[in-house]
Design a binder for this molecule. Structure first.
Ligand code: SAM
Ligand code: SF4
Length: 332
């Protein structure tokens, strides 16, 4: 048997996203309700358990690990996990990276760089302080911008993730592209996905098809399709005259699954083989009740069940939560 994780469709699974916590210091309206109930601490994998599972993935061919959350940099002790995983770079692992809201970057960018993190994705949906506060509820734009700047200054490549939101930032996307280009940050636009209950907010009201955004951008810019293959869901474009690769993640208007190389581990040790499907394997249970020596076999079995694709759906009247999991639990 090959020592690599290959799914029934011949896709090599070599990218692991790990949500290290479901907690966050922001409350973005499309991600969480303001009064989120977080998971009990006993259900959360310890940092040692997270590391054990990551190491088994690395042994089985995982080349890239992305830490996410919730906000990965607010998890107590996270720097230790980053340090230990950083040591695996060049030793099976090729890349350790993070998706972060940027609030802690000013403090930690230097440490990240020293421990092998060369790229981060930072979520930023608006450049206006009050709009930023409105969408994140608790976020401070100045702090995030300072964090992004700090990351850049220590040599970390920054990519900006922006969720396209109807009547919120649709008119500001051009301004954000210009800002990213000026600072040489790549940018990815994301369609809002129906993940988890978000309280009184209605997702249909937030949903802005990226096909519309792209059409509008095409009137202003010359978008040149580039065959950038990250194995991820984004389609990339260069913009003539701008220093930026612009990605579009369109789960609701396109199927992006054919080259999917990733799986997701929640902070409670549940492995999801697809962001948009509920089939999963409880690795915490295996680790705590059987022992780490059973993980390898469990991973092979899990990957043999990786589905071909997902089935998101959003509509005005219908149930718009196609997955009950919050993005902060599964990890964006
Ligand atoms: N807290 C970190 C952050 O915001 O970057 C990492 C976790 S967050 C869940 C990861 C990404 O998921 C962010 O870029 C966020 O904008 C995105 N996200 C969260 N909920 C989403 C949703 N319902 N639809 C689309 N993107 C979402
Ligand atoms: Fe927190 Fe990220 Fe969700 Fe915003 S998108 S609430 S920053 S986990």
């Amino acid at each position: 048997m090959s020592n690599q994780l290959i799914d029934p469709f011949g896709r090599e699974v070599n990218y692991l996203r790990v949500s290290v916590t479901d907690r966050c210091d922001f409350r973005c309206t499309y991600c969480m309700s303001e009064n989120m109930t977080f998971l009990p601490k006993k259900d959360i994998l310890s940092l040692e358990e997270l590391e054990t599972i990551c190491n088994v993935f690395i042994k089985l061919g995982t080349k890239k690990i992305r830490l996410t959350g919730g906000e990965p940099l607010v998890r107590k002790g996270i720097l230790n996990l980053i340090k230990n995983l950083g040591k695996k770079i060049g030793n099976g692992l090729e890349e350790l990276t993070l998706t972060t809201n940027g609030s802690q970057l000013q403090k930690y960018a230097e440490f990240l760089k020293e421990n092998g993190v060369n790229r981060v994705n930072v979520s930023l949906d608006h450049l206006d302080p009050s709009k930023f506060r409105e969408i994140t509820r608790w976020g401070n734009l100045d702090l995030v911008l300072a964090g992004i700047q700090k990351a850049k200054s220590v040599g970390i490549k920054v990519k900006i993730n922006t969720v396209a939101l109807k009547d919120f930032n649709e008119k500001n996307i051009i301004e954000m592209i210009e800002w990213c280009s000026l600072n040489e940050y790549d940018m990815t636009l994301i369609e809002v996905m129906p993940m988890g209950d978000i309280g009184s907010e209605n997702r249909f009201n937030q949903y802005l098809p990226l096909s519309e955004v792209k059409e509008r951008l095409s009137k202003k810019f010359n978008l040149i399709n580039i065959p950038k293959k990250t194995g991820g869901p984004a389609r990339y474009y260069k913009i003539e005259g701008k220093k930026i690769d612009l990605g579009f993640i369109t789960p609701l208007t396109h199927n992006f699954c054919e080259t999917c190389n990733r799986v997701r581990l929640t902070c409670t040790g549940i492995l999801y083989m697809c962001l948009g499907q509920d089939d999963n394997v409880d690795l915490k249970n295996i680790l705590r009740n059987k022992g780490s020596s059973f993980l390898e076999d469990s991973l092979f079995k899990a990957i043999s069940r990786k589905p071909k694709g997902h089935d998101f759906n959003i509509s005005k009247s219908g149930i718009n939560i196609s997955s009950n999991r919050h993005m902060s639990v599964t990890g964006g």
